[in-house]
Design a protein around this ligand. Structure first.
Ligand code: F6R
Length: 243
């Protein structure tokens, strides 16, 4: 079941996302985390809450969705570096409790399998998601099997263009592959919180919520999940029939 909450703008969406996510920021919980522009407002609120209210992450574990292939963790645009800069280094989560897939190594598929095994042993209580303008979740691009596990994937042309802004607007600098949790992996999370803001997400949001459940829109599978909250701002909700 999907519950849709329409927010006014990005800040309001981030406030509402924090309200939902904070229920899972408790000892023993496992958080599923995402990168990209969308969760930055939520992460800022988590950091503020930690600093002002002392909310602790000492007994929390986290698993991230994805990582670019070929970027060392010291690269500022690696998702490992992103997570440390925007969240982990500003809260009290132990380094060994955080997990970001590695995009480096001889046997990426073998490592991906191990990542799924770790998640199976530590089921995610709430998985945070953004959505790509093409409907991707994590880096599961259109056409990815709904039953996929963590795997190596090629990024879609539109995703490479969308992410160019993080790489000096130089398309040649954007990695072309990623390691990503599969759709099957994501669907195992007990709860899912997806945030979508901005007009460039409106088509994907409509397809996710009101389109057929079809691999052409990876996010449409969420219609089959038992517990999903989708927070959209007004521009991202613009094409929805049922608001
Ligand atoms: C990030 C991820 C991606 C992003 C999506 C939206 O870990 O898995 O699916 O959530 O590409 O990106 P932004 O938030 O930058 O618009």
């Amino acid at each position: 079941m999907i519950k849709v909450i329409v927010a006014k703008d990005y800040e309001d969406a981030s406030d509402k996302a924090f309200e939902v996510f904070k229920e899972f920021i408790k000892p023993g919980k496992v958080l599923g985390l995402a990168t990209g522009s969308t969760p930055l407002g939520l992460y800022a609120r988590m950091v503020k809450d930690h600093k002002e209210n002392g909310t602790s992450y000492k007994d929390i574990k986290s698993f991230n969705l994805d990582e670019y292939v070929g970027l060392p963790i010291t690269h500022p645009e690696s998702y490992y570096a992103f997570m440390h800069r925007n969240l982990f280094d500003q809260i009290d989560i132990p380094e060994e409790s955080t997990h970001v897939p590695s995009g480096l190594g001889e046997d990426l598929e073998g490592q991906a399998k191990k990542y799924d095994e770790m998640i199976d042993a530590c089921p995610v209580d709430c998985q945070l998601l953004g959505i790509g303008s093409d409907g991707h979740i994590a880096f599961n691009e259109p056409g990815t099997s709904f039953t996929s596990g963590t795997h190596v994937t090629d990024l879609a042309e539109s995703t490479i263009k969308d992410n160019c802004r993080f790489f000096d607007n130089d398309i040649s600098k954007v990695p072309t592959q990623a390691v990503t949790q599969g759709i099957g992996t994501i669907m195992k999370a007990k709860n899912i919180l997806l945030i979508a803001t901005g007009a460039n997400k409106a088509n994907a949001v409509k397809a996710m919520l009101e389109g057929p459940i079809d691999e052409a829109c990876p996010a449409s599978i969420l219609q089959k999940h038992a517990s999903v909250v989708v927070i959209v701002d007004e521009p991202a909700a613009a094409l929805l029939q049922n608001k």
